[in-house]
Design a protein around this ligand. Structure first.
Ligand SMILES: [Zn+2]
Length: 233
């Protein structure tokens, strides 16, 4: 591993934690991490930090009304609390992906701890949903070198995002979330949203759910299909 890459990983965390990492395409490209799904002519909506008994279900309802599929990056400790909600995501035909066991910055964990946590989370998710995740996005979008190497070894697609609604922010509104998530939207975009407030401002999922119809309409108006991450693999 070149020192420049190690430095870049560390630098990414220094100015983005505890909020999700800013979209840094050059850094992600240097590390071989996808931010967009250019080989699929569609838009991938992604929801992090669930499951959440109310937030996830509100998002599932909005997606169902638009007949849209999405990808949910689940947190192991939340799947343990709400296994039935995790199963509902899978039963609705959405993609299940890995976010971590706890919502911790990888740079504060040893490679051994990261491997143990992710393997444990994979088992928890598989038990709850009957699905084995094939895609990985760490908390805050910050990859450690160990985390990235582990994803490669396990065959998980490391994925960040190209658009975000900044829906975790206290001052976000449904309008600001929809505007940010859809500005300049194009085929291949991966949109970061959150269906849970376990690690963000209280009740943030309500604003995300309220923004979703506008976001779904914007994708449909562009004539683009909703794709999941596995569609792209
Ligand atoms: Zn997260």
């Amino acid at each position: 591993m070149r020192p420049g890459i190690l430095g870049a990983v560390g630098a990414a965390s220094a100015w983005c934690a505890p909020a999700p990492a800013a979209h840094v395409p050059r850094l992600a490209a240097a590390l071989g991490i996808d931010c967009r799904l250019l080989y699929r002519p569609g838009v991938a909506l992604t929801f992090d930090d669930g499951p959440h008994p109310e937030g996830t279900r509100a998002v599932l309802e909005a997606l169902a009304r638009a007949d849209a599929r999405a990808t949910f990056f689940l947190v192991g400790e939340q799947v343990e609390r709400w296994p039935r909600v995790a199963a509902e995501i899978a039963a609705a035909g959405h993609e299940i992906a890995l976010h971590g066991y706890k919502h911790r910055n990888l740079l504060r964990r040893t490679p051994r701890e990261v491997a143990r946590d992710l393997d444990r989370t994979l088992t928890i998710i598989a038990d709850a949903t009957g699905r084995e995740p094939r895609c990985y996005r760490p908390p805050y979008g910050v990859f450690s070198t160990g985390g990235l190497l582990l994803a490669r070894r396990r065959g998980w697609l490391p994925l960040l995002w190209s658009r975000w609604g900044r829906d975790w922010e206290r001052r976000a509104t449904p309008e600001s979330i929809a505007r940010r998530a859809t500005k300049g939207l194009a085929a291949g975009d991966v949109v970061l949203l959150h269906d849970a407030d376990h690690y963000s401002s209280s009740g943030s999922w309500r604003k995300t759910a309220a923004a979703l119809p506008s976001i779904l309409d914007a994708v449909t108006a562009l004539g683009l299909p909703f794709v999941t991450v596995t569609d792209a693999m």
